[in-house]
Write a protein of this length. Sequence first.
Length: 83
Amino acid sequence: IPAFHSYEEEAEFWDTHDFTEFKHETTPVNVRATRGLSANVQVRFDPETDHELDAIARESGMKKATLIRTWVLERLRQNRHAS
């Protein structure tokens, strides 16, 4: 699959090509399916903390919400094991 310089160029390419033409260039990957999340919690942060969370998430290659969720779950596990 070639590198594209714009979304338009990529769209034109896929208008005339099929992904199956490139199947031989792909490699299998393992995908972990997660259970559906059932609760949504809103948490407010001051701008400085929010900026810091953005930076850490970006460095970690994840979304800010994923970073925060990971930290909360880690802390809950620690508390369970400490009890």
